[in-house]
Design a protein around this ligand. Structure first.
Ligand SMILES: [Mn+2]
Length: 238
């Protein structure tokens, strides 16, 4: 039997009904301030995924052990961040309503806010683990409250103090780092403290949203990002 030519992320082609997780792409980069192009991220990741094995010898696990449905990319409004975020939030809400977990591919980091809005409504005790070179804690960036540079600050508006755990952060302004001291758990430069954080959150049995900005990696490992930040020790030790 022949199938239509639809490219899904490798190993993510189970049906919707039996899926535990639903992957969706948010190809949006309207607030990117340096190198644009993150809108091509979801389709590029799907395409390149076919160069990988689904089995990981590091984790002794296979992607096909998870039941993931790839629902493709959203068609998002490029002229309005709020409209795009509303659509991303509604998709996450629909996935939660069906008893599944969303797995979002960006896109610039702002897209995370849409999914977090839906997640915190369903799980008021939500914590966030955040891998990034940047704190993303500005209250506004060039006058915009909805910016990739403000996304974790907007998440803090929803979650409050002590529930955002940031790792590998090595870039931001003085005010962001001052804010982090009082309001988030910021681990600078690397992944020190990650194991302890994961253990503590497991013991508390709280829900966790995990967001990774691939610029947490040194640009020699991952050059194709909007705002690369060198840090030789930021190799994947996690
Ligand atoms: Mn970043």
């Amino acid at each position: 039997m022949m199938n239509p030519n639809i490219e899904t992320f490798i190993g993510c082609d189970c049906g919707y009904e039996e899926a535990d997780m639903v992957l969706y792409g948010a190809p949006f980069d309207s607030t990117t301030s340096f190198r644009p192009g993150a809108r091509f991220g979801p389709s590029a990741m799907r395409h390149e995924s076919f160069g990988l094995e689904t089995w990981s010898p590091y984790q002794d696990a296979d992607l096909t052990d998870c039941a993931v449905f790839d629902s493709g990319d959203m068609e998002l409004c490029f002229g309005s961040s709020e409209t795009a975020l509303k659509d991303i939030e509604e998709r996450a809400e629909e996935i939660f309503t069906d008893g599944k977990f969303p797995l979002l591919l960006g896109g610039e980091h702002l897209v995370t806010l849409g999914a977090v809005r839906a997640a915190v409504r369903r799980y008021p005790e939500l914590h966030i683990i955040h891998f990034d070179a940047h704190a993303d804690l500005r209250d506004d960036y060039l006058g915009a409250k909805l910016s990739h540079a403000c996304v974790l600050r907007r998440c803090h508006d929803l979650l409050g103090d002590g529930r955002i755990h940031q790792f590998c952060i090595r870039s931001g302004d003085r005010e962001e780092f001052r804010f982090a001291k009082e309001h988030t758990e910021l681990h600078p430069f690397g992944f020190d403290g990650l194991k302890e954080t994961v253990t503590a959150l497991r013991e508390k049995n709280v829900p966790v949203y995990f967001t990774i900005d691939l610029d947490c990696l040194d640009p020699s490992i991952f050059p194709g990002t909007g705002t690369p930040e060198p840090e030789a020790s930021a190799s994947p030790g996690f």
